[in-house]
Design a binder for this molecule. Structure first.
Ligand SMILES: [Mn+2]
Length: 325
C-alpha cells in the first residue's frame, strides 16, 4: 500500500508538467484533492493545471479555485492524472484526450472503475474520500502538507464524509481532520462556506422538491424530484439542487431513496442513497451508472419524470429484495 502510494507521488513529482482531471460536475472531494495536489506540485516546480469540462460553479469557486476549461484536442502535459474518478464516462469531453495519452495516472475511491483506465492507479474503495487518500499519499512521501493544501483537503474530506457523519468515516479520518485543525486552519469558516449558504431560490426549490416526496414499498423507499418546469420557475439549474440528494433518505423508516432531477437534453439524473450499509449501488449499476454502496447515481435518457420514478423504484425494490435473501 505504502509502496503503491509512493509510486504515484514519485511519478507525479518526476514529471515536468501534470494535468489533473476532475470528473464532470466536480464536487469538493474531487476539486479539493486536485487543488491540494496542484499546490504541492507547483511548490516543487512541476507545471500543473486542473482541467475541467465546464467552468466552475459559484459554489465551487469560493476558495478562489482556478481551473482550465477543456477547449478540445490533445492535452499537452507529460502526465495526466484523473482524480476522484476511474471511469471514462465520468470525464465527459476530455475522455478521448485522456484515453489516448500514454502517461495516465488515476487516484480514486469509487467502486467499479474501468479496467485499463490508467497505467498507474491508486484506488482504495474503502477510503471515505479521495482527499483522505491524497493526505495519506503526501504524508507517506514525507511531503510537508502546507496550510493551503490542508485547507483544500479538509474541504474534500469533510464534504465526502457528510461532515464526518457517514459510515465510511473512521478514526483515521478524524485524526486527519484533527491534524488539519491543529495547523490552525479555520475549519468553522470553511464549514460556513461549504454548508451554511443557500440562495432564496434554492430554498424555495427545496420546498417544491419536498412536495414531490413519495413513499414506496411500504415506506422503505422514498423518491423526490425536480422537473424542468420547477427549475425554470426559479431560474435555477442543477447546481442549485446538488444538496437535495439526501432529503428523501432522511425520512424515518426509509432504507433507500432516489432524488431525480430533469437536466433537459442531458436526461434525468438520479442520485441514490441508502442507510445502514444497504447496497443501493446495484440499482445505479443496473441503470448504467455507478458509485458507492450507499451513494450512487445514474442518468436516464429520453424518459418522462413519471417513467423515471417508476424505473428507479423498481430497481431499488430489486436491490432491497436481493439484500433480504
Ligand atoms: Mn469522492
Amino acid at each position: 500500500m505504502r509502496d503503491e502510494m509512493k509510486k504515484i507521488t514519485d511519478h507525479l513529482l518526476s514529471a515536468d508538467s501534470v494535468g489533473l482531471l476532475t470528473h464532470i460536475n466536480p464536487d469538493w472531494d474531487c476539486l479539493g484533492s486536485c487543488l491540494a495536489l496542484q499546490s504541492v506540485l507547483r511548490d516543487r516546480g512541476v507545471k500543473c493545471d486542473i482541467i475541467t469540462d465546464e467552468p466552475l460553479t459559484e459554489y465551487m469557486s469560493c476558495l478562489n479555485s482556478e481551473v482550465v476549461v477543456y477547449g478540445g484536442g490533445a492535452l499537452k502535459y507529460d502526465c495526466l492524472c484523473c482524480v476522484d474518478c476511474s471511469d471514462g464516462k465520468r470525464i465527459g469531453r476530455r475522455g478521448p484526450a485522456f484515453g489516448s495519452h500514454r502517461d495516465r495516472v488515476c487516484i480514486d475511491h469509487h467502486r467499479g472503475g474501468e479496467v485499463g483506465f490508467a497505467r498507474l492507479s491508486y484506488i482504495d474503495v474503502d477510503s471515505p474520500a479521495t482527499g483522505e487518500i491524497v493526505y495519506d499519499m503526501l504524508k507517506n512521501a514525507e511531503i510537508p502538507i502546507t496550510e493551503e493544501a490542508a485547507t483544500y483537503l479538509y474541504c474534500a474530506i469533510s464534504t465526502d464524509t457528510g461532515s464526518f457523519k457517514y459510515a465510511s468515516t473512521t478514526g483515521h479520518t478524524l485524526r486527519i481532520a484533527a491534524e488539519i485543525m491543529d495547523m490552525g486552519i479555520n475549519t468553522s469558516h470553511l464549514c460556513e462556506l461549504l454548508y451554511d449558504r443557500k440562495s432564496f431560490r434554492q430554498l424555495r426549490l427545496q420546498g417544491e422538491a419536498i412536495n414531490t416526496v413519495e413513499l414506496h414499498c411500504g415506506g422503505k423507499i422514498a423518491t423526490a424530484y425536480v422537473t424542468a418546469e420547477m427549475y425554470k420557475k426559479y431560474s435555477a439549474d442543477n447546481h442549485d439542487t446538488e444538496n437535495f440528494a439526501n432529503l428523501p433518505r432522511e425520512i424515518d423508516g426509509v432504507i433507500m431513496s432516489a432524488f431525480l432531477s430533469d437536466r433537459g437534453a442531458d436526461g434525468v439524473r438520479v442520485n441514490f442513497r441508502s442507510k445502514d450499509g444497504r447496497d443501493v449501488r446495484q440499482a445505479a449499476v443496473a441503470l448504467g451508472g455507478g458509485g458507492h454502496t450507499m451513494a450512487a447515481g445514474c442518468t436516464l435518457k429520453n424518459i418522462s419524470m413519471n417513467e423515471a420514478v417508476k424505473t428507479v423504484v423498481a430497481e431499488m425494490e430489486k436491490a432491497l429484495k436481493g439484500e433480504n435473501q
